[in-house]
Each structure stands twice: as C-alpha cells, then as structure tokens.
Design a protein around this ligand. Sequence first.
Ligand code: PLP
Length: 388
Amino acid sequence: MFARRTAWQSETNRFTQALEARRARGALLDLTESNPTRCEFDYPSGLLDGLNVPAALDYTPQAQGMLSAREAVSAYYAERGDTVPPERLLLTTSTSEAYTWAFRLLCDPGDEVLAPAPSYPLFEYLASIQDVTPVRYPLFYDHGWHVDMHALEQAITERTRAILVVNPNNPTGSYLQSAELEAMNRLCVARSLGLVADEVFLDFPADSKPRPSLASNPAALTFTLSGLSKIAELPQMKVAWIAVSGPDGEVRHALGRLDVIADTYLSMNTPMQLAMPALLGSRSGFQNQLRDRVQANSKALDVALASVRSVERLKAEGGWYAVLRVPQTASDEELAIALLEAQRIVAHPGHFYDFGAEGYLVLSLITPSATFREGASRLAAFLRQRFR
Ligand SMILES: Cc1ncc(COP(=O)(O)O)c(C=O)c1O
C-alpha cells in the first residue's frame, strides 16, 4: 500500500533503547541537550507581543512571504555587511521546508545531492523523502576540519544536482574556508550544480569574530538557508528563509520557479510574519547568553579532560557542539551505552553524525551549566578509567 520511500527501519537503535531503559530507572545527566528552549535561557517578557495585533486577523497571502518580514531578514544580513535584497528572499516554516523546496527546484527523482560527512543527521531523510539520493563527501581532521575536495569532485556524477554545505558544520563547528568556497563555486559553475548552504549556526563563531555568509555569493547559483531556530534561539516559531544569490539570470529563473512552489503551499502564517521583525531583532540578547554558555561549558570540559591524555576535544571554530576523539577500542555505540549504564551520562555516539570511523562522542555545549559541569567531570573520570 505504501510508497517504497517510506519503508523506514522501524526498530530503535541499541543506544536509544538503552537510553529509554536507563531513563525509566531515574534521572540522567544529559550532555546532549541542544533545544534552546530547554536550556534555561532567559526569554524577555513582551517577546510575544507582536503576535497579538489586529493585523493578524487579515489574510493577504504573499508567496515569498510578507515584505516587512523579508525586510527584517535583509536588515539582518545588512548588519553583517551582506547585501541581500528582500526580492531574493523566501520565507519558509523551517530550514527543513527550505531544503525541500530547494530539492524540488533542483532535482528530479533519482538525482543526487552531495552532503558532507560528518554532518547534520537529517540529510538522509530530507533528501530521500524528495526521492533524492544523498551522496556523502568526507571532511577530514588535520589541526582543524577540512573538506576533502578531491573526494568531493570524485563523487560528482551525471545525476548530481547540488552540493550541500553546513557553514559552520554541525557537529564539527568548521566554517567553509575561502579556498574551499572558491573550489566549490568553480565546480558548481562547471558542472551546473546548485550550492545549498545551511547557515543556521553562522552567528556563533568560537572566537566571536563574525564570519562571512554565503547569502550574497555571486559566483554560483546559491541557496542560503537560515532561520529563527538557532539565530534567535526560537525553534518553536518555525520561521526560516532561503536567500537566493548567484548570476542574475539564474537567480531570476530560480526565483520564478520557487515562487510557484511557495505559492502552492503558502505555508507561512500571518501572526508569525508580523512578529518576525521583533523576534529577529531580539537575537542579540539570546546570542550573548548562548555564547557565554558555550564558552563556560567549553572551559569546564577542557579542565575536566586535561587529565585524560588519550582523549582529545577537536578544534571547533564555531557552533554549539563538542566533538571528542577517543581511542577506538569499541564501537561508539558501545561506549555511549557504557557511559549511560555506569555514569548515567548521555553523550551522542559519533555514528549519529556519520563520522567516517569509530572513536567519536558528541556533546552539546548549550546544556545548562550545572548539569554540564557535573557531567563533564564524571565523563572525564569514566574515560580516564576506561582508557588508562
Ligand atoms: C545544520 C542544521 N540545520 C538545520 C537545523 C534545524 O533547523 P529548523 O529548525 O529551522 O528546521 C538544525 C537543527 O539542529 C541543524 O543542526
């Protein structure tokens, strides 16, 4: 009865089973909390006032989204030094929807998109639900993460339609370097590929030095995705966008087609679009709290791990995650389950993010500080014992 694309494996993996069983037996120290609404940040009173306005009772659908909301996004980029006119923006109800529209625009069934590995776990589903095959290109670690450009080029086939980048990447925290962007631009132009850049973590460089966005990348047809979920720590609002840039003619054609996709769904609701300028405008308060949290937790982790010689926290230039490289004496899943059983600590095994090998654990650095401090010191004690 059902489409083959929905024949997903229904059993939960061993780690998730162990997590559920352990949780049923008592509270855990969850070092993977990355939902900002669960991380004890202060949300200002009056934040929701913009939703309760008479104009919210009017319905005047606009395919790309209300101009006032797109102007707010354009102003966000202008503050960063990028020119992204409102006409080149489309609002969506999440970056997931933005990926969907980009894939619908660029790919026929059976086409391929190149996605980084390790990276965002949802790519597999985002692509396959659209009958698109995600093909991995590897990142490698050498005093920092880099794109394996040779492997990326080798992965291009007749069916490839787009290169996906996450800037900075989740969970490695690596920004796209200018030489990598140049090489990708060249490939995209030469092979008629779109560049899809997910920049939800753009505003969180570890050293607080702003990094450039791809939202005005002029060289190749580029779809830059971002939204309120990370930029303003408001994932529940379901507001995101696509910025289209590149050669003028291609941008015009892409926008014309995206406009029909957007007009078919009209998925943005009016109250959120009205509130959007204020919600996006509130971001600096959240971003400051979040940066302080990431810094404090990173420091606590480094202090705790200082005495564990065989474990390394890999260099991250930005984002919210810590990647630990541990000796490959067992699978990451077994290690994460052992941590749960012995210490009641939740850490993600690297395979959730498609690391190319065993030997990685991933933690969220926005976890509430008291939990993180205690968890980090127990994690270090466990690792010291295990990898003596
Ligand atoms: C790289 C990346 N993109 C997008 C998202 C989700 O964005 P949204 O809530 O707008 O769908 C996440 C969530 O963790 C993410 O890690």
